[in-house]
Structures are given as C-alpha cells and as structure tokens.
Design a binder for this molecule. Sequence first.
Ligand code: NDP
Length: 329
Amino acid sequence: SQEVRLAQRPAGRPDDSTWEIATTEVPDPGPGELVVRLELISLDPAMRGWLNDVRSYIPPVGIGEVMRAFAGGTVVASQHEDFAVGDTVTGTFGVREHALSDGRGVTKVDLDVAPLATWLGALGMPGMTAYFGLEDVGRAQPGETVLVSAAAGAVGSVVAQLALAKGCRVIGVAGGPDKVAWLRELGLHEVIDRRDGDLLRQVRRAAPDGVDVYFDNVGGELLDAALANLARGARIAICGAISTYNEERLPEGPRRYMSLLVFRATMQGFLVMDYLDRYPEGVAAISELIREGRLVATETTLDGGVAGFPQALLGLFDGVNTGKLLLAV
Ligand code: NDP
C-alpha cells in the first residue's frame, strides 16, 4: 500500500524533494478499528500551511509523517460497531491507499444523495466553508452586492451560487476565459478575469455602488482592490489567502485598510472547523439547492494515484481546477 510522507519542509513552492513516496503493508483492523480503501483524496490550499513549522490552528505535519488529507473511500475491513464493510466514508485519512482508523472524525455518506466527490466538495468541508462564511461572517442579504474571489474553485463556486440563490448581485473573480465563461453560465452578474490585471478598476466597474460582502479566498492585491470599493457597512470574510501561501516573503499590506473606517466596515477571519456542530444545517441547505437544480456541484478529478499527489497539489496554485480539486487513488 502506497503513502506520501513529508520528507522536508519546502521554502516557497513544494517540489519533489518535499515528499517521499513509501510502500507499507495493508493494515489489519484491531478491536474498535476499521480499514478504508481510499478512492478520492481532497487537495486543499490549507495543505500548504500544514507544511510550515509555525503556530497555527492545527499542528504542522511532522517530517516523516504521512501527509494530512481529507479523503473518501470504502470500508474494506471493520471491527468497529458503527462501520460495516462496504460503507462509503469520509475523514482525515491522509495521502495513502489504505487508512487504519478508530472511527473518530469518520462520517458515513449517502451515495443516494450525491456521489462521493460531492461529499468532499459542495457537501463537504469546502461547501460548509462557503455556507457559514457567507451566512455567519459575510451575513449576505438579498439585493446586496457580493464579490467572491477564486470564484470558480471549490469554496468560491458554492459561495457564488448560494449568493445567487439568496438574490444577491454576484461578482466573481477567476483566472482565464474558460472559468469566466463557466461562471457566466452559472448566472453571475459580473465576472472578472484576474489575469486581465488592474483589479482595482475592474472591481470598480463591476460594482459602481460598492461591495457589501467580499468573500476573500486569495488575499494580496485583490483584497486591496476590494477594500478600495466597499459600500457602507461592508463585511469582509477572510476565508483564505492562496495568493500568498507559496511566497517566501509576504507582500506588504493590506494597504487600504483605512477603508474599514471610512465605510464602517468589518473584516473577520473564520475557520470552518468551528462550525462542525452546524454541518447538518449547511448540508441540508446545499443539498436542497442541488436537488432543485439551483446549485451545480462541480469537481475536477486528476488521475495519478497517491504517487501523483505532489504534482496534483500544485494544480491548486496553477488554477487547473473548476470546482473541487480531487485526486483519484
Ligand atoms: P480552490 O478550489 O478555490 O482552488 C484554488 C484556486 O485559487 C485556484 O483554482 C485558482 O483559481 C486560485 N488561485 C491560485 N493561485 C492564485 C493567486 N496567486 N491569486 C489568485 N488566485 C489564485 O480552493 P478551495 O476552494 O479549496 O480554497 C479556497 C480558499 O479557501 C483558500 O484560500 C483556502 O485556504 C480557503 N479555505 C479556508 C477554509 C477556512 O476554514 N477558513 C476552509 C477551506 C478553504 P483561478 O486561477 O481561477 O483564480
């Protein structure tokens, strides 16, 4: 059974020297344990942060340890009373082919509701991030203007569609003409191609009356562009800052934070794991919209198995994905 371990902490962009691909025995479950054959591994921007030896919301992955990852698969052996062979489950199983688990943090998923890929995307952690970030932190109201960055990605594409369903005016930012076209098809009111540059003016053109909610997935220059175009009482939900994750030196800024004063605005960070007890509410809301055909759950699945992980992870930073990026094991 193959697994990917952290060989060395990267400076900047991870490369082959960051990882070691190792082979181990397929584990046997002891009492109270189960073994999962992984089928899909979730690629998450947060993984880059877990490689840094810094104080954070979760300890870093240790050198020599299996890389931490959300994943989904099928139970192939079980001595755990809550899980039977054949169950489809998700959990933090790591980048490996077979995972041994004591069942903690493992969730059974219903394939009649949605395929496994969607349980790792729109109905999984990224979807919950979108839902609670928009509802609780952004507090988006019908008729308001919502700006969302990385809008064609896992979190962003759900944010954009939830905001549309609420009756907001939605502006998305994404990289490249294909993603821009896809977001227009979803019904976004305005779509900005970040590769066209001059983000401040592009946001101003798309939101002449200002932005009420900025759902920030990327940080950097776009955060400044949003700050320069706020409406009074705006809320900025800091979800992530992928534009900085591989930077060895962080950019200066945000330079325009005084807009928070001028427009009586707030900027607040949040972590999806603080909403774990409310996941059922988020799953119910999003699965209802999927059923009604008002929200499209989209995934990009890369081949290559566990050994393809180092390359697949970089796909997030190159923007290869539309919707949730997954690796087929
Ligand atoms: P995505 O599916 O959005 O994939 C990342 C996307 O980011 C890429 O497709 C690319 O899209 C865009 N991107 C990459 N590099 C840059 C760059 N330099 N500048 C601008 N855009 C860039 O990932 P997720 O939906 O999983 O995550 C989105 C954000 O949400 C991340 O910042 C992540 O850390 C955060 N997050 C936070 C959580 C929380 O609890 N707070 C939980 C989950 C995620 P394009 O090329 O189209 O711009």
